[in-house]
Design a protein around this ligand. Structure first.
Ligand SMILES: Cc1cc2nc3c(=O)[nH]c(=O)nc-3n(C[C@H](O)[C@H](O)[C@H](O)COP(=O)(O)OP(=O)(O)OC[C@H]3O[C@@H](n4cnc5c(N)ncnc54)[C@H](O)[C@@H]3O)c2cc1C
Length: 248
């Protein structure tokens, strides 16, 4: 049984009609960058809980979550209605294995996200620990529209901070956007366009691929990397090249 603590909303940013970030103060135990909490509200006498990844560094006590409102969803539309000062429940202990200590050493670490799946990578990169093991890191954020790239300014700041070690690439599927690739993640890997844009190769001998977000993207990309690049899923008992977190 999870232990719950009461959190207080300190800030809400509405990025678009459906994307928002919520900041919370809550007396949680320290988490590891890449992990998720469960958030919960009492709705019609029932406690509804869902998983949400931390965006903030574990060193930052302003807990931050990046959410999309799922139409007809039970919890996300209610979370979208919260205002500063409102209360919600947060699990005291975070969970999940989408963390750097599960990632083997490699030359290039690819962090690929769709939508709100960018959160765990921002937490890892803002903390900045244990990154010497990788010569290059590539942060890829894919979304439908340019306006959905809510954390682009933070991605750009991180790119500057890491001085050449971190490269960022955005992908937009439904419109042309300056500096973004257009299309879907698996197709852009298959055609070699993602690697050309970034200037690095994605090969089993030099890369590890983290995939987070939309389950269809995660499945299709894994399948492609397996077939075209001879990559395998990374397991503790059988090291491989791909580590994934699916959001639904
Ligand atoms: C490990 C983990 C971490 C997660 N982190 C985040 C996060 O950081 N931010 C975030 O927004 N969500 C995240 N999610 C998804 C989140 O837990 C909920 O599933 C989501 O908010 C929908 O909940 P709901 O109650 O509103 O909808 P529900 O009533 O549970 O779902 C209705 C249906 O909507 C679909 N759906 C669920 N999530 C999405 C989605 N994100 N986009 C489109 N369709 C969806 C599913 O088909 C689902 O059956 C994460 C999930 C997991 C497993």
């Amino acid at each position: 049984m999870a232990n719950w603590v009461t959190g207080k909303v300190t800030d809400i940013t509405n990025w678009t009609d459906s994307l928002f970030s919520i900041k919370v103060h809550a007396p949680i135990e320290k988490f590891t960058a890449g992990q998720f909490a469960k958030l919960s509200l009492e709705i019609d006498g029932q406690r509804i809980q869902r998983a949400y990844s931390y965006v903030n560094s574990p060193d930052d006590h302003n807990l931050e979550f990046y959410l999309v409102t799922v139409p007809e969803g039970k919890l996300s539309p209610q979370l979208a209605e919260l205002k500063t000062g409102d209360e919600l429940f947060v699990t005291e202990h975070a969970a999940g294995f989408f963390v750097l200590e599960e990632i083997p050493d490699c030359q290039t670490l690819w962090m690929i996200a769709t939508g709100t799946g960018i959160g765990p990578y921002l937490s890892i990169l803002q903390q900045g620990d244990d990154l010497e093991r990788f010569e290059n890191i590539v942060l890829v954020h894919a979304a439908r529209w340019g306006q959905d790239l809510s954390y682009l300014p933070m991605m750009q700041q991180l790119e500057q901070k890491f001085q050449g070690k971190l490269r960022i690439q955005t992908i937009v599927s439904r419109e042309k956007q300056p500096n973004s690739l257009i299309g879907r993640v698996p197709a852009l890997i298959e055609s070699g366009k993602l690697e050309s844009a970034v200037g690095l190769t994605m090969l089993a001998e030099n890369s590890h691929i983290m995939l987070c977000g939309n389950p269809q993207m995660v499945r299709d990309t894994q399948q492609l990397l397996k077939e075209q690049r001879n990559m395998t899923k990374h397991l503790r008992r059988r090291p491989g090249h791909m580590t994934c977190e699916q959001y639904w």
